[in-house]
Each structure stands twice: as structure tokens, then as C-alpha cells.
Design a protein around this ligand. Structure first.
Ligand code: FAD
Length: 566
């Protein structure tokens, strides 16, 4: 069992996006992690889910301690994520043979495989990574430098984890309503207030928001601060964990409520840019959310396929039933489409970090697009995959129920779906990003050389024209109408990008490997998601095994699977 071998889309995408030197370094660690995730980490994830952490607020002397006790399974997962695979460090330093920082995609690829085993821990891992990124960008001084060095350390004796205390009871979506206050205390600050959702609440370094004296009542009046868990003398900083949340999913990982009582804090960056700087951390995590939801899709499909292949119904394996294939194939296409978007976004982020302005504008909108669509669809895919296991799927002894529970969180945290869609509208208004995306995507379609993909390309080109027009209508509409329409528009835009990326990848695989499998995947996705035409999916069923097992589909096979066109 190796999660990488079970994934027909992963290695071909790696081949398309990474250069040979990076691929050579990635290969051994990817293969090792694929086996480790399937054989050791996934069972640990099951156990950790059944043994949630507990909070001890006082020690036996009655002193306030606020320690969180973790089950041994979660601790082993932590060791694997932070120390063995360095998932939170990979965007900051050389590891696994890279002398310098590897491309962002390396982190996303390895994390995607890890998350197939354990979803809950991926949140603190991502926040640790994002906190380091934010502090490196905006923080200064020796304490910040030490925090960064420890956040990106894989040394068990030195490494720290990060967290983000942003949400308050009255201020979740609407951060301008933040009530936590910051007061000057010499060079630094003390913070007082309550934070209502805090995952990884016993983190060593926390980034948080507080209202500073003289600031206005918008988000510009909220500054960004670094809150260390311990003070320089080793004593506990002045905040407490009031309780842990009883959650539907991510039960292995604690999320708590916090009261800050004149807690020592260090200002990060310009005070009136606190929220904007925090958005940097949130955006990094939002992309990670899309990757994590993709991993949940992938793993749940693996489980569904395993059951469908071993279960005998009416004298034959369930997987041979046409309607079961019809159920599974669109899920497979959806997971591959999501992975394609994650790769494209990770690659775009890389170029944006290298000061490519177009890439910066693109990743600004690709991030909410990916989060909005993929996280929501993960609920559907994991739910459908659970049903493939029949009654067993609903029983907690199997992992499917965990995937369904976990999948519901991706859409909610780090900005719930509607808020994310409104962010897409903001990007369109500021930077005309729907035009920018259309330009990039139609160029990709224009570069496709495979004649077999011609009808698919023409179909998508006309869809791109239509979607740009729809975007113009939204921008010209009254503000209320624009807001009302942006959710559906965001999904359509995301689906069209995913379909375009599937065709681009299909063309690459046909040219490189003489394999037209990906074109069938693209057609399945286009048929199911864009044209709502089941016949396109049905036409690909003849190659079901080839598609789900990642086998070669020769060019001749396409004769029986025509392109879906409207
Ligand atoms: C398990 C878990 C862990 C979390 N961990 C953290 C953490 O570590 N740190 C942290 O800071 N926060 C954390 N959160 C909080 C999370 O990010 C917020 O719950 C989320 O951003 C939504 O805010 P809210 O709960 O206040 O919802 P509200 O602001 O009350 O929003 C409710 C709903 O209204 C929608 N909505 C809001 N405005 C509009 C609008 N104008 N138009 C249409 N719809 C709108 C939203 O999309 C949402 O669906 C966590 C949440 C959960 C569930």
C-alpha cells in the first residue's frame, strides 16, 4: 500500500510542473512518505480521531497551567509532520537533499500525501508555516528572529509551532469588530480580550489582532502582534485557555477559547496594516485548505474503490456495475481536477514570490477560487465515496465517516464560502482578474497541439468568452445584485479553470507518454461539471480501469469516446 502509487494523477503532474533536478530529489521522499502514510500514519490518524486531546487547566497544586494532553498517536503524527518530513519548514529552508528552499510545490505535494492519512494536524502545520512566512515578511528584532528560526526547525529540542488567534465572538467574518485591546508597555505591548476560536491553542508563537490606541474603527484600527507562549524568564504569558471546543471533525487537534489578560506581545509591522499583514497568513492557509480538501477527496476515493472491488453484489464485483462506475468516475475526475488546480496555484505562488506581478494578481484570485470550490466539493466527494461503502461507510470503525466530518471544515474556517466569494468579487473589481484569468487560460488552450482535443478546446474557448461576459454583467450590476451572484460565478470560474488545466495536462501526457487517459478524465469532468451531460461520462466508462488505475489509453481508444460539446 502506497498512497502515491494509488494516485494516477500525481506523478504525471509532478513530471509536468517540476524540473528534473527537483524531481530527482523529491522521488525518494515521496515514495517513502506514500508508503508511510498508507501503512503507519493513516492508522495513527484513525486512533488520534478517536482519542481527542484534553485540557488540564490546573495542576495538582492548584496552579493555572493550561496544558493540553495529546494521545500518543497524535504525538507520533506531530513528529512525522514537523520533524521527519518537515512539512512546515519546507517553504523556508533546504531539506531532503535541497540545499536551498525547494519550490512551494514540494511542500504542497508532500503535504497532500500526508493529509490523506491525517487531516486535523495539517491545520497547525499550515499555521506554523504561515506564521513563519508572515513574521519573516513583516517582523523584526531578535525575538522575532528566534521565533522564525524555531518555527522552521525540525529539531525536536528546538522546534516551535504557530497559531492564529483572530476570531472573536462578535468578530469572525467582520474583523473590524475586534474588541481585544492593545496597550503600550514600554517598547512592547500588552493585550486584553477574548478569542473565540483558536486552533492549536497551546502553540509556542501566536499571531493575533488587537485594537491599538488612536486607531479608527475599521480594520485599519487593528494591529498585528506576536504573542509568545512563554516570557523571557520562562514563565507563562498572561493568557488562559478557557475550554476546548467539542467539534464535528478535526477531533485529533484542539481548538480552544482564549482569554488574554494583559498578555505580553510584540508589534509586527505597521500598526494600521495589521489586518492586511494577517491576510498574508490567512491566504497562505487558504491555499493549503484547498490542497487538504483535495487530499480528502483522493483518500476517500481510494477507500471507495477498494470496497467496490472487493464487494460482490448480484454475483459480480460491485465495481463492475455500470451505475457504480458512473458514480465513481466523476468523483475521480473531480479529484484530479482539484489536484491540477492546486499544482497550478502552487506554481503561480512560486512565480509571484519571485516578483512576477501578473502571477501575484493571479494567485490573489486563484487562492479564494480554489478554496471556495474545492473545499465545498470535498463534502460531496467524501459523502458519495462514503455511500459506496454502503452501511459500513457510515460506521466509525471505517475511516469514511472521519473524512466526511473533516471535509465540512474546509469551507468554514479561514473565511467561510460566502466571504471567500466576496473576496473574488473584490479581486475582480480591483484588478479585473476575470479578464486576466481568461487571458492566461485561453492562451493555454491555444497552445494545445493534440488534434484529438480540438472539439474540447473549442468548447472551452467559447465558455471562456461567456464567463468573461458574465463577469462584466456582475461588475456592472448594483452592489447587492453583484454580491448575490458572485457565489455561483466563483464556482463557474473555478470549474472552467480546472477543465482548462485538465486539457493542458492531457495534451502534455499525450505528447510525452502517448497516453490519452487524461483527455478522458478531462472529458468526464467537462461532461459532469460544465455541460451537465451524462453521456460524456458514460462514454468514458469503457476505460474505467485505465482511468482509475493510471494505465495507458492509446489514441485509437478515443474513437469510442467522443468529445462532449454543448
Ligand atoms: C474548528 C474550527 C477551528 C477554527 N480555528 C480558528 C483559528 O485557529 N483561528 C481563528 O482566528 N479562527 C478560527 N476559526 C474560526 C473561523 O475562521 C470562523 O468561524 C469563520 O471565519 C467564520 O466566522 P464566524 O464563525 O464568526 O461566522 P460569521 O461571521 O457569523 O458568518 C456566518 C456565515 O455568514 C456568512 N457571511 C458573512 N458575511 C456575509 C455576507 N456579507 N454575505 C453573505 N454571507 C456572509 C459566512 O460565510 C458564514 O457562512 C475556527 C473555526 C472552526 C469551526
Amino acid at each position: 500500500m502506497n498512497f502515491v502509487d494509488l494516485d494516477p494523477a500525481l506523478r504525471p503532474l509532478i513530471e509536468s510542473y517540476l524540473d528534473p533536478a527537483d524531481r530527482e530529489l523529491l522521488n525518494p521522499v515521496l515514495t517513502a512518505l506514500g508508503a508511510d502514510a498508507a501503512q503507519r500514519l493513516a492508522p495513527l490518524g484513525d486512533v488520534a480521531d478517536k482519542n481527542p486531546p484534553t485540557l488540564a487547566q490546573f495542576d495538582r497544586e492548584g496552579d493555572r497551567v493550561d496544558t493540553i494532553d495529546y494521545h500518543a498517536s497524535y504525538q507520533e503524527l506531530q513528529k512525522a509532520a514537523y520533524e521527519e518530513y518537515g512539512l512546515s519548514a519546507l517553504s523556508h529552508r533546504g531539506l531532503h537533499g535541497w540545499e536551498d528552499v525547494p519550490p512551494h510545490l514540494i511542500k504542497y505535494i508532500l503535504s497532500y500525501v500526508f493529509v490523506q492519512a491525517e487531516f486535523g494536524l495539517a491545520c497547525p502545520v499550515s499555521m506554523t508555516d504561515a506564521a513563519a512566512r508572515t513574521l519573516r515578511k513583516f517582523g523584526e528584532g531578535p525575538l522575532v528572529a528566534e521565533a522564525v528560526e524555531r518555527l522552521i526547525s525540525t529539531d525536536p529540542e528546538r522546534r516551535w509551532t504557530g497559531a492564529m488567534f483572530m476570531t472573536e465572538i462578535q468578530a469572525g467574518t467582520d474583523i473590524a469588530r475586534t474588541e481585544t485591546v492593545a496597550e503600550r508597555d514600554g517598547e512592547d505591548w500588552v493585550l486584553s480580550g477574548r478569542k473565540w476560536f483558536a486552533s492549536n491553542p497551546d502553540a509556542d508563537v501566536i499571531l493575533t489582532l488587537a485594537r491599538y490606541p488612536g486607531g479608527d474603527d475599521t480594520t485599519r484600527g487593528v494591529g498585528l502582534f506576536m504573542l509568545p507562549k512563554h516570557l523571557a524568564d520562562g514563565s507563562k504569558n498572561s493568557y488562559v485557555i478557557d475550554r476546548l471546543k467539542d467539534k464535528l471533525g478535526t477531533r485529533s487537534m484542539p481548538s480552544g477559547e482564549i482569554t488574554l489578560d494583559r498578555a505580553y506581545a510584540i508589534q509586527i509591522g505597521e500598526l494600521d496594516r495589521g489586518f492586511r499583514q494577517m491576510a498574508e497568513m490567512v491566504n497562505t492557509s487558504r491555499l493549503s485548505n484547498a490542497m487538504r480538501s483535495t487530499a480528502l477527496m483522493r483518500r476517500s476515493i481510494n477507500e471507495a474503490l477498494a470496497h467496490a472491488r472487493s464487494r460482490i453484489v448480484f454475483g459480480r464485483p460491485l465495481v463492475d456495475a455500470p451505475l457504480m462506475r458512473m458514480t465513481l468516475l466523476p468523483l475521480q475526475a473531480e479529484a484530479e481536477a482539484a489536484l491540477g488546480l492546486v499544482f497550478h496555484a502552487g506554481d503561480t505562488l512560486q512565480r509571484a514570490d519571485a516578483d512576477d506581478e501578473v502571477a501575484a494578481a493571479q494567485i490573489r484570485v486563484l487562492t479564494p477560487l480554489a478554496k471556495h470550490f474545492i473545499c465545498k466539493r470535498a463534502r460531496f466527494v467524501t459523502g458519495e465515496a462514503m455511500e459506496v461503502r454502503g452501511g459500513r461507510g457510515y460506521i466509525e470503525e471505517w475511516p469514511d465517516a472521519r473524512f466526511v466530518r473533516d471535509s465540512h471544515l474546509g469551507s468554514i474556517w479561514e473565511g467561510s464560502s460566502n466571504v471567500i466569494a466576496l473576496d473574488v468579487l473584490r479581486c475582480m473589481r480591483k484588478q479585473n482578474t476575470h479578464h486576466l484569468l481568461a487571458q492566461t487560460m485561453t492562451e493555454k488552450l491555444g497552445d494545445i497541439t493534440s488534434a484529438e482535443a480540438g472539439p474540447d478546446v473549442r468548447e472551452l474557448l467559447s465558455r471562456w468568452e461567456g464567463i468573461v461576459d458574465r463577469g462584466e454583467v456582475i461588475l456592472a450590476a448594483e452592489s447587492d445584485a453583484a454580491e448575490a451572484l458572485i457565489g455561483g460565478y466563483t464556482d463557474s470560474l473555478a470549474q472552467l479553470i480546472m477543465a482548462t488545466l485538465l486539457l493542458e495536462q492531457a495534451d502534455a501526457e499525450a505528447a510525452r507518454d502517448g497516453n490519452w487517459r487524461k483527455l478522458l478524465v478531462a472529458r468526464t469532468f467537462i461532461g459532469a461539471n460544465i455541460l451537465a451531460d451524462e453521456s460524456a461520462v458514460e462514454a468514458a466508462l469503457a476505460h474505467f480501469e485505465d482511468i482509475v488505475d493510471g494505465k495507458t489509453v492509446p489514441r485509437e481508444a478515443l474513437a469510442s469516446t467522443p468529445a462532449p460539446v454543448a
